[in-house]
Design a protein around this ligand. Structure first.
Ligand SMILES: C[S@@+](CC[C@H](N)C(=O)[O-])C[C@H]1O[C@@H](n2cnc3c(N)ncnc32)[C@H](O)[C@@H]1O
Length: 218
């Protein structure tokens, strides 16, 4: 492609992501009858990564109605192993129940919650983390720092909803996950932005699939 064609295709992708996000369709996206506020393209990529990396612990902050936790549990069912930990400051009474899911109630950066998660991480061999709680930049940055060491080498730390301030699809929101990721990766060079995970073109996590690379670790 010529550089002009490249520029045009990047602009089409930017506008498509803004259009998709601003349609609000994620508020009516369901997994097995339970709402999951996700971009389905990201869900597809999550199952690809979980299978490829043989994930046996999926940590999610931000449970909401439990649709994403149920999705991850079903993917682990198909892989044949693993647990989901899903943390939220508020947990509704009618969350989907599944033997692979453990819900934790509290702030995702509360030291008591982090201690419980650490105990699970110590028992696991392939850990992926998806941060989908509070999306303000300062909070997401705190979460990135708190959860980074839980992630296994070659696995992913994902800052959901960088679409807010990356394209930006929601400029009114102010600094969000994309801002937090920029700050975080400057300090933690072993985490590399893997934009190949946006190859399906629509994503709520642009430039926020962070791969932990052992060669550059520590
Ligand atoms: C975007 S929703 C999560 C969507 C869910 N993962 C899904 O895909 O359906 C964000 C959730 O984060 C929770 N939340 C907000 N601040 C939080 C915090 N400090 N710690 C943990 N959860 C928080 C909210 O209660 C809300 O349920």
């Amino acid at each position: 492609m010529t550089s002009k064609a490249n520029q045009q295709s990047r602009e089409i992708q930017r506008l498509a992501n803004i259009l998709y996000f601003r349609s609000g369709v994620f508020q009516n996206t369901e997994w097995m009858g339970v709402k999951a506020a996700k971009c389905p393209m990201d869900m597809w990529v999550y199952q690809e990564l979980m299978h490829r990396l043989n994930v046996d612990l999926l940590i999610e902050t931000g449970t909401w109605l439990g649709g994403s936790a149920l999705y991850f549990a079903h993917v682990l069912d198909m892989i044949g192993q693993g647990q989901v930990i899903s943390v939220d400051i508020q947990l509704p009474d009618d969350l989907p129940q599944h033997p692979r899911i453990e819900y934790l109630k509290g702030s995702s950066v509360d030291p008591a919650i982090l201690e419980q998660i650490r105990a699970k991480v110590d028992q696991a061999s392939s850990v992926m983390v998806i941060l989908d709680a509070d999306h303000k930049a300062d909070y997401k940055y705190q979460e990135l720092k708190a959860y980074a060491d839980f992630v296994s080498d070659d696995n992913y730390l994902i800052a959901e909803d960088s679409v807010f301030d990356f394209y930006p699809a929601w400029p009114e929101f102010g600094p969000g996950p994309a801002d937090a990721v920029q700050r975080f990766i400057r300090e933690r060079p072993e985490f590399v932005v893997d934009r190949n995970q946006e190859r399906h073109m629509l994503s709520f996590c642009p430039a926020a699939f962070l791969k932990r690379t052992p060669a550059r670790s520590r």
